[in-house]
Ligand binder design. Sequence first.
Ligand code: FAD
Length: 318
Amino acid sequence: MKVTECFEQNKGKTLISFEVLPPLKGGSIDILFDQLDPLMEFKPPFIDVTYHREEFIYKQKDSGYFEKVAIRKRPGTVGICAAIINKYKVEAVPHLICGGFSKEETENALIDLHFLQITNVLALRGDARKFDDKFLPEKDGHEYAVDLVKQIASMNKGIYLDDDIETGMPMDFCIGVAGYPEKHFESASLKSDLKYTRKKIEAGADYIVTQMFFDNKKFFNYQEQCRKEGIEVPIVPGIKPITKKYQLNAIPRNFFVDMPDDLVRSIQKAKTEEQVIEAGIEWCVYQSQELKKAGVPCIHYYTMSDSAIVKRIVSQVM
Ligand code: FAD
């Protein structure tokens, strides 16, 4: 079932969904199942699986010289999606990025997804690679997520890259895209970011999942601005609990989001690791309850390997 069909079938109800990361290379898929098993009692209609492109690292050779090598630390997104569908009988949403893909590789990846009967995809640009100062598309790849959305939308009409394919099998992907309540860090303003988000919707995207945020006011304002901009698709808030003190600085640095003073105070006040977790849970429960009351179609939890903590939160929200 498509993600948007899940929303339509459950109109008036707030659904719960989760995002998971593929295990580090060399790790078993059981690591992931151990994370997901306890969360399945909440009957998430879909689970997102992130995509991690190759990174460059410097490896020391026997000669003593360093060599720059490309490695993918978390491969397996598509395989994991197929395994999730098979094991839990829920939808899995693979994240698909522009970075590292030519258009043809994207087309082939979409064909794989179609053959696996995966009908949902979250279309993203991806970030700049470590050591690159900005995002660089592949030669013959997409520069922005909107271009990826256009390619998927074309394939939904049976239009492939190769003109010789006259009656191509139409795909039927439901397309999600990213949204940023506190604007994307490269954008000059929220307004200009929204202009580009609207282009993703006009190109065929069906719904938005937001970057994590800790201040619901930012989300409610974002939702209002989207509607003013003519963006009518469902907007799914993405949230995560603070579980460690260092995240007070690491999350703003990595995700370009602010922390409300009340949250910062309660985390700073915590004297033990357990108290930090309790304060983080309390905040995330409060956020979830308020979002639910506001009637959001779904709350999307970034589990980030903290599924026991996410379980405690969702139990208090459902
Ligand atoms: P875009 O929509 O292309 O936007 C990127 C920037 O360019 C924005 O500032 C936008 O305003 C601007 N822009 C867009 N179009 C144009 C244009 N035509 N001209 C000028 N400027 C333009 N990353 C991963 O690598 N793997 C993942 O699995 C992953 N999952 C994510 C899930 C969610 C819910 C979110 C919110 C982010 C995720 N990311 C992931 C991170 C994402 O790839 C980065 O935030 C990336 O920097 C931007 O991706 P985007 O799809 O929003 O890009």
